[in-house]
Write a protein that binds this ligand. Structure first.
Ligand code: ADP
Ligand code: MG
Length: 244
């Protein structure tokens, strides 16, 4: 338990009367890549957002590196700095160029000096194949490039957990591969990752574990082989028949 990177016990989340997460327990070890699957509205985004406290849990406990993020006394900003998040719609600051997008948080939060942050940013942009775009503005980039910048920006804070919420869903099909390639590279380097995606090929190839969620519960989970090739639950089978 203590060596789990993420330890979620009986998590519940409601919005008013709407119960979205009904009872979720999940342990994620360091370096593990978990792919979350499930129909729209099943609570996948809400689950990710509870992990870094963009949403407050209604009940249950979430430990990140042993820190209870559901405890009001925990310095959530400290924990959050170690968790990078990438969204479907990039969420870049459109009035800032790529370099400024990348250095804003680390400099503002005093994690790095401006020089250090710029150096780290160039290193990361090189890694995602965009070293020549440091001075470009988001409007000058393709969707795939924007998402690679968003990933690099999240990595600039040196997180040790990365959360991805449908990172390729808003992309033209020809750009999906370049973003998945960056994510695959991260996974290989040992990053702990929770990825919501409908890219079954990515799940099959990269995930250590696939979790199928529906209606606020985990319906089925296991290795990609177990869940994707030999699903047991009718709801999993039905879902896969629609996305495969
Ligand atoms: P998924 O990511 O699996 O599609 P979500 O976690 O986004 O599902 O949403 C699950 C349910 O919670 C949906 O019915 C959605 O409308 C509702 N929901 C999500 N966020 C809010 C919110 N901030 N306020 C009210 N309802 C919400
Ligand atoms: Mg969602």
């Amino acid at each position: 338990m203590a060596d789990n990177k993420i330890h979620v016990t009986n998590l519940k989340k409601s919005f008013g009367k709407l119960e979205v997460l009904k009872d979720i327990s999940m342990d994620i070890t360091e370096g593990e890549v978990v792919v979350l699957l499930g129909p729209s509205g099943s609570g996948k985004s809400t689950f990710l957002r509870c992990l870094n406290q963009l949403e407050t849990a209604t009940a249950g406990q979430i430990l990140i590196d042993g820190y209870d993020v559901t405890d009001k006394h925990t310095d959530i900003n400290k924990v959050r700095q170690n968790i990078g998040m990438v969204f479907q719609h990039f969420n870049l600051f459109n009035h800032l160029n790529v370099m400024d997008n990348m250095t804003l948080a680390p400099v503002h939060l005093k994690v790095m000096t401006k020089d250090e942050a710029r150096k780290k940013a160039m290193e990361l942009l090189t890694r995602v194949g965009l070293a020549d775009k440091a001075e470009a503005f988001p409007s000058q980039l393709s969707g795939g490039q924007k998402q690679r910048v968003a990933i690099a920006r999240a990595l600039a804070m040196k997180p040790d957990i990365m959360l991805f919420d449908e990172p390729t869903s808003a992309l033209d099909p020809e750009m999906v591969g370049e973003v998945l390639a960056v994510m695959k590279e991260l996974a290989k380097e040992g990053m702990t990752m929770v990825v919501v995606t409908h890219e079954i090929g990515f799940a099959r190839e990269v995930a250590d574990r696939v979790v199928f969620m529906e209606g606020g519960y985990i319906v089925e989970q296991g290795t990609p082989e177990e869940v994707l090739a030999h699903p047991k639950e009718p709801r999993t089978i039905d879902f896969l028949s629609k996305v495969l």
